[in-house]
Structures are given as structure tokens and as C-alpha cells.
Design a protein around this ligand. Sequence first.
Ligand SMILES: [Zn+2]
Length: 467
Amino acid sequence: MRTLLRWEGRFTPADKAASDYVLLPFEVPPGIARLEVRYAFEGQGRPDAPSVIDLGLFDPRGTAFLEGEGFRGWSGSARAEAILTPRAATPGYIPGPIFPGRWHVILGLYRIAPEGCPVTVVVQGAEEEGPLPHPPPPPPAPFSPRPGPAWFRGDLQSHSHHSDAPGSLEDLVAAARRRGLDFLAVTEHNTVSHFPYLAAWSGPDLLLIPGEEVTTYYGHMNAWGLPRWLDFRCRTAEALRAVIAAAHAMGALVSINHPKTDGPPWEYPLALPVDAVEAWQGPWPLRNHESLAFWERLLRAGRRVVAVGGSDKHQDPPGEEMPFYQVGHPTTWVYAEALTVQGILDALRAGRVVITADVEGPWLTLTAERDDTTWGVGDAVPPGGPVRVRCRVEGGEGLHLRCLSRRGELAFVPVDRSPFEWTAVLDLGEHGYVRAELRGVRHFPEERPEDLPMVVMTNPIWGAPAP
Ligand SMILES: [Zn+2]
């Protein structure tokens, strides 16, 4: 082992004010087959540490913003070391050639204590590959899609040990199969080291969608359907706008994640051209009324942004399972032409999306009818007179149906049988949109509709074609 870098320094709040990210260069001589990066900072590993510093790595192919061809991995503050060899790497890092030339350790200054934070970084190299730090990615398997069109149920946000979860990607995928999900987006923080495993383990029973949670210090954003890594190094609206454009150019969709207290919240402007909002993250009582209100503010401002759910499940360690917080809590249903990445992305983009608290349970159908035409969630009803809006609930006895438009609540009625129907004649040109919710049991008469837990929520039917 040769020491290629030994760096000791101290970061202050002034350093963070100047930049959230610091690059430390080091030279790799020819003939190196194993790199080991280790770092330490004051309070590392303590949840209450006043400073938090993240770790990542770039190879000589480059560090430029949005190009970042040299991206070789990111572990946030979840790991104190990363090992790379040609065939395998620590989860979060990308195996491959250890190119000779100038590499960079990247440190992310997430939080810096007022008195500053001492940091040590050591990089060592060896000519032998040595013991593999992780099983190498399996080769991609041929994929046969399940045909549609159909409602497919899945989960749009999850994490494994490729970022900060204690459990493995293998266990996360097995849990999704046990839960009977049709699709699972694995959205690791700022890295794509899980992509080859998804390509190998995806099947017609469970479609695995390559995702990345763009995890900035001012808000988190999912990107689904990425072919490769997407840069996350943003602190301004302009930088994030460029990242969103890059994601769209790659055919991916982006979603504002968990815009609520402790989400962490979204500090960027609302005007950014995101496709979706995670209006429901994890079990409903985790402040999801705030995320729903965030989405509804966008709707009332005239934005056609799709509401999605994501469990944000961080896979449990082996042998431990949180029964009330698993993948599929909540479940996002999309009406897609086929169970393929493109099929799911197209359906998400079209807003053909319903979110339910669990993988099984009551179902809520929202339609609008005029003459012989019926529209469903995500559709836009063209001008031409009022429509009959129909909410149909199956298996929801004891719950409450709520119907809303841009003007506010249109109905809040107890569901006393199954199937149950509520209809009204509305001019969607005046109402802008209509959407429906199924809310939980009312235990106290003073509980307001919006305080009851969500059981099912639909996306809107729109009042006119998108401009
Ligand atoms: Zn997040």
C-alpha cells in the first residue's frame, strides 16, 4: 500500500459560505489496481454531531459540473471508507479501471459547527486488486415486459446500502417482491452504483426503475429513468434548473421529495419545472398534510404537477423489519401501457396516478363524463359544457370521501356501503380541476376532514387542455 494523499485541515462556516463542496486532488501512478479512501471528522458517526461532512470521489475523466464524467461514487456521511477495484467497489462507488492521473476526493460541507471542524483524509493505492470489497455487479439479464394497459402498483422512493440504509439492495428487492409490488424505483442518494444490479434483478414480476435522489443541502429531488449519473452539486435555483434540464434531456422525470418539516423541506423556488411532487412520503401521519398542502398550492397556482407517493424506505438491517413502515407504504398506482420503465414514466408524466396507504385496501375511481365520453385521472376535459363527476369507492365502508377542486372542498361524505358512489355536475372550466380523497375513520366529531389520515388520493382530472 502506498499513501497517495494525506490531508489534514479544518473547515469553518466561512468555508461553507464560500462553497458546499471542496475538491482535494491526488495523483495515481500507473499500475494501481486498488484504491482505499478513508476520512474522519469531529463527531463522525454521531447522529447529533454538530458538523457533518460527506465523501465522494472523481477519477481523471473530470469533475466539471453536469459533465462529471469522472464520477466514481458518493457515500454522504454514511461510511468512513470507500474501496475501489476494477471488478468491485464499496456500495455507493463504481468499480472499473483505476486510471492513472489526477483524481479528486470531494468533500461535501453539509453542516459545519461555529467553532469549525477538523478533517483528515487518507488515500492509499496498491498494485494488487486484493480481496473484493463487495460482490461484483452481475451481468444484465434479458428483460421481458409484462403487457398492459393496466394499473400497476409500486413504490417510487427507496434506499439500500448503496447509500445510507443499513440493509442490502438484495433484501430491499426481495421485500418488494414479497409485498407484491409491480415496480420499485431505487433512488440512492447522489449515486448510481446500484444501476447494474437493478438491470440484472428486474423481471416481469417486478420492474426495477433506476433512480437517483438528487440530495442537495437545500432540498431533495428524485430522478427516475436515468441512464447514468446526474449531478447533484447545487445550491442555487439556476444550478438546479440546469440539473433538471439535464435529467429531462436524458429522458428522466424529476420530483420534489418530501416538501415538509424534517423532510428535509424544499428551499428552492416553486417555479422550477419539476414533473411531480412527492405529496405522500412514508406513513401518512409523518407530516404528510404539509406535503399535500405544498402540492395543492402548486395546483391552485395553475401548475399541472403530478402527485406521487414514495415510502422512502431505507432497507432495515437483516432480520429486522418495521411492520408499519415497509416498501409500499404508501403505494403509487400508475395506469401504464406496459410494465416497462418507459411505460411507467409515460403514465407518470400523464398523471394517471393514484396513491394508496398500502398495497391492498379500498379503491377510489374518479371519472368525468359528458355525452358518450369518459375521462379519468390525468386527463384534460376540453371546453364544451359541464361534466358529471363520479367518485366510486370499493371496500371503503366507515371511511370518508372527499372531493376537491381549485375552489376548495366540494364534498365530504361518509361512505356507508360498498360500492359507494357520489356524483355532481360541474363546469371544470370554472373549477380548474377535480380530485378525490378517501380519508380515515373519524374518532372525534371535532376532527376536521383534513386531519383524518389519508387512505387513497387521486390525481386531478383537469378542466382544459394544458397551455
Ligand atoms: Zn430525501
